[in-house]
Each structure stands twice: as C-alpha cells, then as structure tokens.
Ligand binder design. Structure first.
Ligand SMILES: Cc1cc2nc3c(=O)[nH]c(=O)nc-3n(C[C@H](O)[C@H](O)[C@H](O)COP(=O)(O)O)c2cc1C
Length: 396
C-alpha cells in the first residue's frame, strides 16, 4: 500500500494482508486485515508501532521514501504484539541509535521477543515527548489488549494513535479514511475484531474510554482498519455499546447434531420465539459456523440457547468448542436455555448444566432432553422454554 498523509508531516504506513486465513491462528479473516504504522517527521522523527514481519521490506522502503537518509529518533511502542512489533528488530538494525519508547511493562516484552534494548525511554501517563512542533503524550490502557498497551496522543493535530483499540478486521481496499469507505462493510468486521480480540477485556475497555474522554480527539489512527477522522462517533459509540455489554433483544441458538434430532429441537424453539414476536433469531450449527461469528452474535443478543447430543458421555465436541470460546470471552447479561438429545446414558445436557453453573447466566427454564425423535411431551417442554425466553426478553 502507498503511504498517505494524515497531515503535513504525519504519515500513515499501512499494509494489507490478504493471505492469512486465521488471525492469531484462531479467528477467520476472509476479508483480510491491515497492519497500520505511523511516522511523524519533525525536528525529531518518531515512528509509532511497526508492522507484521512479512511486510518489513516494503515498510523500510516506504520509510526511506519519506525521510530519505535522515535517522528515526524514536520508536513508540503502543503495543508489543508481533503483528505490530514484527519489524522492530529490522528497524533497530537499520537505525541503531533509535530510542524505544514504552512504559514499565513494555521492555520486558521487547527482551522476551527480540533483544535487550540499548536506548530506551520509559514513559508514564501524561508524559510528554517533544519532537519539535509536535508533542506526543502517552496514556496506558492496560489489557486493551495486553498489559503493556498504551496510546499516544499527538497534541498539535489532536490525533490519537490508539493501538488495537478501535481497530477492525478487513483490508483497506483503496479507502483509508472512514469518509472514503462505505462503513457498512466495517460494521461486522470491526465488531468481530472487538469481540474476538478485545472482548474479554470489556471492563478494561470501559476504563480506557473514560480515561480518554477528556481528550479532544480529531483523528484516530488504529493499528488495524480505517483511520477515523469524520465519523469518530461511529466507532466510539460502538465501543461504548459493546464494552458495556449493552445487548439487543434477540436469541442465538447453537446446536450440534449428527442425525438431525438436536437440530429439529432448535427449529421448534426458534419457531415459537418468532411466534412470540422475537425478530432477531440466529440458529447456528456448531459444526459449520466458526465460533468467531457465533460469539460475535452472543455479544449482540441477550438470549442464548444451546443444544447438544450426547457424545461419548459428554458434549458434542463442536458445541464444546463454542461454549469454551464463550466462557473464555465471558460476555455478560444473558439469559440461557439448554436442550439436548441422547440414546443411552446421556452426557450432553449434563455438561451444558455445568456450563450454566460456570457462566452464571440466568437459566430461563429447566433443560429439555429427548431420547431420539422429538415426542409430544418434550415438544411441549421446548415450547415452554421458548416462551420463558420470550417472557424474559419482553419483560425488559
Ligand atoms: C460417536 C457417538 C457417541 C455417542 N455417545 C453417546 C453417549 O455417550 N451417550 C448417549 O446417550 N448417546 C450417545 N450417542 C448417541 C447420540 O447422542 C444420539 O443418537 C442422539 O440422538 C444424536 O442426536 P443427533 O441426531 O442430533 O445427532 C452417541 C452417538 C455417537 C455417534
């Protein structure tokens, strides 16, 4: 990708990754991702974060095009995850006098991953680094998304270099600024990025939003996805909503099924929910849809109903994988329903009950468990389960 000016002497250096299938080797990125770095050219030159290592050559070339044979004075490390620190060693090799700028948590990571830094500047909240006419101020935002994570605020242009916060999956296909892009595309990609990557740290994100609220921010340069300069509210309001577990009315139904019995139970529940006026109902087959998408909808909707056949005395493995992802990210404020199917001694529902105890969501109705084909009594029970869920959602 070409480098682009954010203002006269501040540049965006972003690289599109359309080759990686799974981000962090877990989360699908069918629309790719961009790795964004920034450089400020003043009396002193500061680079803000780097890029993933497969882009090192292009990255170094772009930097040279911008600064010629000048040297980079500072590398500000907002976040040490290798998709942003991947070019750190190459930068230090090319500019050995460079000073690494981080907080007290940063340099341990630098040592673990790369090297003992020779020149370092340890910063803290409100610390100001003068580059000439540009001044950089730092604020730590721990666990959004690692312990060392911080943001850098450029005072002259009021640009927040936000690290992973406000980032998005999806490459930048020509448009880089939010006002150059149809944001509909980023609706799902930015939410999935948040829920999959940062979603475990919602309380930390809330604290970060409060900490950053006093700053006048005219532009946000995240390390993934668009640069926000016109519709800042678009992304800020979404972060507020997602990180505060503000959920819409709706139900996610997840099932696993080998022969269709458990799937049929899911359909019965869904139909009744629709009859009761619930419009957002998503049924997912855990064997088909990646947990990334399912968990994203769990962060949208208040109702969650999960069904599993018994499988070697326990849960169907793909259902187990989905609920383990949910437990890992630990979204809150949900109502829960449970159902399942078996042929001899069970194991599915038994383990879903343990899930209910661990996740501590309110169970709206007794678990419904059928042996093979759905029969009248258990169909009645499923309808009651759906009614109980609808009652809860509609009572709010
Ligand atoms: C590999 C395998 C393991 C199973 N293990 C159990 C089990 O431990 N206990 C049980 O009651 N049923 C077990 N079953 C039977 C299924 O749970 C049962 O047939 C159920 O109705 C399948 O639901 P489905 O049609 O939604 O796939 C097993 C079936 C298979 C294929």
């Amino acid at each position: 990708m070409q480098y682009v000016n954010l203002s006269e002497d501040i540049y965006f250096l972003g690289y599109n990754d359309r080759r990686t299938h799974l981000f962090e080797n877990i989360w699908p990125i069918p629309h790719g991702i961009s790795y964004n770095s920034y450089i400020i050219v003043d009396e002193k030159i500061a680079l803000i974060d780097t890029v993933e290592r497969s882009f090192i050559d292009e990255y170094l070339e772009s930097i040279e095009e911008i600064i010629g044979d000048r040297k980079i004075d500072y590398l500000v490390i907002n976040h040490m995850e290798p998709d942003h620190s991947g070019a750190l060693r190459a930068i230090v090799q090319k500019y050995p006098e460079i000073t690494l700028v981080g907080n007290k948590k940063t340099f341990g990571f630098v040592e673990n991953f790369y090297m003992e830094p020779e020149h370092l500047l340890m910063v803290h909240d409100d610390y100001v680094l003068e580059l000439g006419k540009h001044r950089l101020q730092f604020q730590t935002i721990p666990m959004v998304h690692w312990p060392e994570t911080m943001v850098t605020y450029e005072e002259t242009q009021k640009i927040l270099f936000s690290g992973d916060a406000f980032g998005s999956f999806g490459t930048l296909d020509g448009g880089i600024f939010d006002d150059e892009i149809n944001l509909d595309f980023y609706e799902e990609e930015s939410m999935r990025y948040f829920t999959n990557i940062v979603g475990k740290y919602c309380p930390h994100t809330q604290r970060a939003l409060k900490k950053l609220a006093p700053f006048e921010i005219k532009m946000i340069g995240a390390t993934h996805g668009p640069v926000w300069r016109t519709n800042l509210d678009w992304i800020l309001s979404r972060y507020e909503k997602w990180s505060s577990y503000t959920l819409d009315d709706g139900v996610v139904i997840v099932f696993g099924s080998m022969y269709g019995h458990t799937e049929k139970m899911a359909e019965v529940i869904a139909r009744r929910l629709a009859e009761r006026g619930i419009k957002n109902i998503r049924i997912y087959d855990a064997s088909k849809t990646h947990a990334s998408y399912i968990v994203n909808d769990v962060f949208k909707y208040k109702g969650f109903i999960v069904g599993s056949p018994a499988y070697n005395n326990t849960l169907f493995p793909n259902v187990e994988s989905v609920i383990s992802t949910i437990e890992h990210l630990a979204p809150k404020n949900h109502y829960l329903g449970i159902f399942g199917n078996f042929s001899w001694n069970g194991g599915g529902v038994k383990n879903l009950k343990l899930f209910a105890e661990r996740i501590k969501w309110e169970l709206v109705y007794d678990p419904v468990e059928e042996k093979g084909t759905l029969k009248k009594d258990n169909k009645e029970q499923l309808l009651k389960l759906a009614d109980a869920m609808a009652d809860k959602l509609q009572a709010e």
